[in-house]
Design a protein around this ligand. Structure first.
Ligand SMILES: NC(=O)c1ccc[n+]([C@@H]2O[C@H](COP(=O)([O-])OP(=O)(O)OC[C@H]3O[C@@H](n4cnc5c(N)ncnc54)[C@H](OP(=O)(O)O)[C@@H]3O)[C@@H](O)[C@H]2O)c1
Length: 395
């Protein structure tokens, strides 16, 4: 088994360390030699601790090595796409943790994999170490999926948890996340919600056999949180979470990535700092919650390694890709959950709602919050002489 690795940064090194640990047991299990024969790095890159590894700065070297499988741990899209296309055309299966690449060229990459009869695997691209893709594809195969919701971005969850729990402001929380290695030096795609949108795109495609790209999905990040929302969570038993959401009803997928306020009745309330959690709902399995670290060297390396192992288990499998006709995406807000309490609500009403574990959501335009008819919330509003017009949708 010949393996090539593209990129030797955080994920590349994490994967390599796990591979080195497991190599002998793979050889014993599969009874064949297994080797990482080439590792692509930049010409000026130095890796003092890994002096004996087969580094090259030539992509042509990778192709002429004729690997069975190429593991790509590079970021970016343009070069990563060229390399992905060329290695698959060269007959190698392709594994990547690069969600920007998968979410922006989902259909194209699958068609290439199908054409050249190779595998395309990307377990590490969504929610780090959490086994989501294979769980959906294989373990839950008997299900018609209703959808998913969850926290899929560790950087923003770290910032939001710090603001709500530790009562610090956005800039301080971001700095802390960067110092602890949970946020990149340029955190734009995380804090603006793009990273969560990419993961949402991939999950929608997996759950509903679609071929959307990230530009099809809308959402927002955490850079424009209303101060009132932050203060609300700091003064009440509530937290802000960047919720990734997609549920299908009839032939429509309701989807959004947006910050919401959740209170302690909701399981995501307890998912803090760098942790991720995804709830998947299927007609047969019901609701399944998967929780774990969303990013990191060994955690993501572990997900990437699982793709290598999957490839070794099923060496003759090819990519089966037959997306069904595109479903309609409804990107207007419709998560039946969490509204921010209208500013006209009396503090004692808010307290009663929170005490009764009624969750709130955020609408930047507070005045548009509309009543829905959930009985407990209505009961509370009535008992505090509030108008039903102010709010409420419950989860
Ligand atoms: N870190 C995580 O926890 C995590 C989790 C899930 C998914 N991911 C995804 O996995 C991918 C890799 O992430 P990472 O954190 O490992 O990034 P990283 O630490 O920046 O490592 C990527 C490495 O690949 C190198 N590289 C990029 N283009 C190259 C090229 N054309 N030739 C040779 N080397 C090249 C980079 O070099 P330069 O720095 O010189 O460009 C860098 O050394 C990204 O798509 C990321 O979004 C990361």
């Amino acid at each position: 088994m010949k393996i090539a690795l593209l990129g030797f940064g955080t994920v590349g090194q994490g994967f390599y360390e796990i591979f080195a640990d497991q190599k002998q047991s793979l050889i014993d299990e599969f009874n064949q030699p297994i080797e990482i024969g080439k590792i692509l790095i930049r010409a000026n890159e130095q890796h003092e601790n890994y002096k004996d590894l087969p580094f090259t700065d030539s992509f042509e070297d990778i192709l002429s090595y004729k690997p069975d499988i190429v593991i790509s741990a590079m970021g970016g899209v343009t070069t990563a796409l060229t390399y992905a296309s060329r290695v698959m055309a060269n007959g190698s299966s392709f594994v990547t943790s690069n969600k920007d690449l998968i979410a922006s060229h989902y259909d194209e990459l699958h068609e290439i994999a199908k054409k050249y009869k190779v595998r395309l695997l990307f377990e590490g691209a969504v929610a780090g170490t959490i086994p989501l893709i294979k769980t959906i594809r294989e373990d839950l195969r008997g299900n018609t999926f209703k959808g998913f919701e969850g926290i899929v971005n560790g950087t923003t969850n770290y910032i939001l948890s710090s603001m709500s729990n530790d009562k610090i402001d956005y800039n301080e929380a971001l700095l802390q996340a960067q110092n602890k290695g949970f946020a990149e030096s340029d955190p734009t795609s995380d804090v603006e919600g793009k990273d969560a949108i990419r993961k949402t795109t991939i999950l929608i495609n997996q759950l509903f056999n679609q071929s959307f790209i990230d530009k099809d999905i809308s959402g927002s990040g955490i850079t424009k949180l209303p101060q009132r929302m932050i203060e609300f969570t700091q003064n009440n038993t509530a937290k802000i979470k960047l919720l990734a959401y997609a549920f299908k009803r009839d032939q429509i997928i309701y989807t959004h990535v947006r910050p919401v306020i959740v209170c302690s009745s909701h399981p995501l309330y307890f998912v803090d700092y760098e942790m991720n959690e995804v709830l998947i709902e299927g007609h047969a399995c019901g609701k399944i919650r998967l929780n774990g670290s969303g990013a990191g060297k060994l955690t993501t390396g572990s997900a990437v390694f699982s793709d290598l192992y999957d490839f070794m288990l099923k060496p003759n499998q090819v990519t089966r890709y037959n997306p069904v006709e595109a479903l309609t995406l409804d990107k207007s807000y419709e998560t039946n959950a969490y509204f921010l309490p209208h500013e006209s609500l009396k503090p004692e009403t808010i307290k009663a709602l929170v005490d009764n574990k009624i969750c709130f959501d955020t609408e930047n335009n507070d005045s548009l919050i509309k009543a829905s008819g959930e009985s407990k919330a209505k009961e509370i509003l009535h008992s505090y002489n509030e108008s039903e017009e102010v709010y409420i949708v419950l989860r």
